[in-house]
Design a protein around this ligand. Structure first.
Ligand code: SAM
Ligand code: SF4
Length: 475
């Protein structure tokens, strides 16, 4: 038996207070149901992919706790398993499918176990269809726009005895006032907008996350304030393209200034900035706000203008380099990181060399590097792609070698400097701590647990390729 629900298509919309309240009532009913059964149920949530998914995962956990579930890190013990999936690359998708397949045996041993799948993969029709046909042990499937309706979906799954498929075809929602269980320690993720309108030709995100929609600044600042009250010291504002934020008449540069004006000692970061919309106003706001991290994640994807055009990125190599120059004029110590795609369909080795030369020219602190992965339904998946996977892997190795040199140079430049560092926790090595610089470089130094969660001064003494080591500069 199976039940398919979901709302009709439509523009992005705000979930009303009444709807959120109604979900709270469903949550109370789930809780009562478990109380009747005389059991404290356990829930396991696994999140794949980007920080937006991590942030959604924190809200799923909040809702599950409200439904009376206790969170567990052991999926074998759980009564409810939720995989919050990622569709950006095939590799991530295959990993999810493999792990879902492996749950078959657990379900056979525990027939009452509810296995639920959500997130970007489930928003794709063909994936949901495959789950429907070939993974009968999965009891609940829902897409990215149904996050706030988890209590209702869980209740239906528990009471109807049917599989529930809920794949909303709307352009997306904004749901405020959901409970959150944060698991980033002193780091916290704060979505400022959802969805994407850019339709880069390789990317599935606009199809699975809906249209751009921004939260009201008041709601964002309130949540930031609550995070700071709860001990978060490093906040990352999240959006697929934060530069197109528009909320309550405010642009992103203004939002950054407002967030930095909140009281307390903290660092403010954001991701991701799309180069086509990155403004001098934003860079100036960063430069003028002490709490804004000296770190800019600015994905360039390719150093070739022809490839950038094919990707529909809407900027040129020259415009990208000009942004980097402006950022460095305003903030000489800024640390730049980026995303790169290797082997876009039709990319030649000569064009790939332009990516390498851009990497050398900019001197990034670190890079997220990806081999092009065709995504069903995107224009790039239909483009001729004559270069073999093996050849692309060779290009990627070349890129990684160049980046390793750049990263080593940047960390070597840090030796001898005294840096302000947020101590995030214990390092693997006994008696050592791990921290993060404003530029997003990891630093390890000896010290006791009393420093965790505090900003400290650390003298950098040694550079490894990607991280540095140091010692506390005690006052
Ligand atoms: N919105 C962000 C932006 O525009 O930079 C990026 C979001 S995407 C989830 C993260 C990164 O995944 C992208 O910057 C891109 O480098 C990579 N990516 C996206 N689609 C890809 C694909 N089909 N194949 C390989 N890498 C991909
Ligand atoms: Fe994907 Fe481009 Fe949107 Fe980023 S800006 S999420 S890469 S479509």
């Amino acid at each position: 038996m199976e039940k398919t629900i979901g709302q009709a298509g439509g523009s992005p919309r705000n979930v009303t207070r009444e709807e959120v309240q109604q979900q709270r009532e469903y949550a109370a009913r789930v809780k009562a149901l478990w109380q009747q059964r005389g059991k404290t149920p356990l829930a396991y949530v696994r999140t794949y992919g980007c920080q937006q998914n991590v942030s959604d995962g924190e809200r799923f956990k909040g809702l599950l706790v409200e439904m009376g579930y206790q969170l567990t890190s052991e999926q074998e013990n759980a009564d409810f398993i939720l995989y919050n999936t990622c569709a950006v690359r095939e590799h991530a998708q295959d990993r999810v499918m493999g792990n879902v397949g492996a749950l078959k045996h657990l379900k056979a041993r525990k027939p009452d176990l509810v296995i639920a799948l959500c997130g970007c993969m489930m928003q794709q029709e063909h994936v949901a269809e495959k789950i429907r046909k070939s993974y009968p042990h999965v009891g609940l499937v829902f897409g990215t726009h149904a996050l706030h309706r988890l209590p209702q979906l869980v209740l239906e799954t528990l009471t109807d005895g049917k599989r529930v498929f809920d794949r909303d075809a709307c352009d997306g929602v904004i749901a405020e006032g959901l409970p959150v269980v944060r698991d980033g320690g002193v780091r916290g993720w704060l979505p400022v907008m959802y969805g994407c309108n850019n339709f880069c030709t390789y990317c599935v995100v606009p199809y699975v996350r809906g249209r751009e929609r921004s939260r009201e600044p008041g709601n964002i600042l309130q949540e930031a304030w609550e995070m700071l009250e709860g001990g978060v010291k490093d906040i990352t504002l999240l959006g697929q393209n934060v530069n197109s934020y528009r909320g309550g008449g405010m642009n992103f540069a203004q939002l950054v200034r407002e967030a930095c004006a909140l009281p307390g000692e903290f660092t403010l970061r954001f991701m991701t900035s799309h180069p086509k919309d990155c403004t001098k106003e934003l860079l100036a706001a960063m430069a003028e706000c002490d709490k804004a991290a000296r770190h800019l994640h600015l994905p360039f994807q390719s150093g070739s203008n022809r490839v950038l055009k094919e990707m529909n990125r809407q900027y040129t190599r020259e415009r990208y380099l000009e942004l980097v120059r402006t950022a460095r004029e305003l903030m000489p110590d800024i640390s730049l990181t980026s995303d790169v795609i290797v082997g876009f369909p039709g990319e030649t080795y000569e064009e790939f060399q332009e990516t390498l030369s851009l990497v050398r020219e900019v001197g990034f602190t670190s890079l997220y590097t990806f081999i092009f992965s065709p995504r069903e339904g995107t224009p790039a998946a239909r483009m001729p792609d004559p270069v073999s996977r093996e050849e692309k892997a060779g290009w990627l190795a070349e890129l990684l070698a160049v980046q390793e040199e750049c990263a080593a140079r940047r960390t070597a430049d840090m030796v001898g400097r005294r840096l302000r560092v947020l101590c995030e926790g214990k390092a693997k090595r006994d008696g050592w701590l791990i921290g993060r610089t404003s530029g997003n470089v990891i630093i390890e130094f000896p010290g006791g647990a009393e420093w965790i969660g505090r900003f400290v001064s650390v003298d950098v003494t040694e550079a490894l390729t990607w991280i540095v080591k140091g010692r506390l500069a005690l006052p």
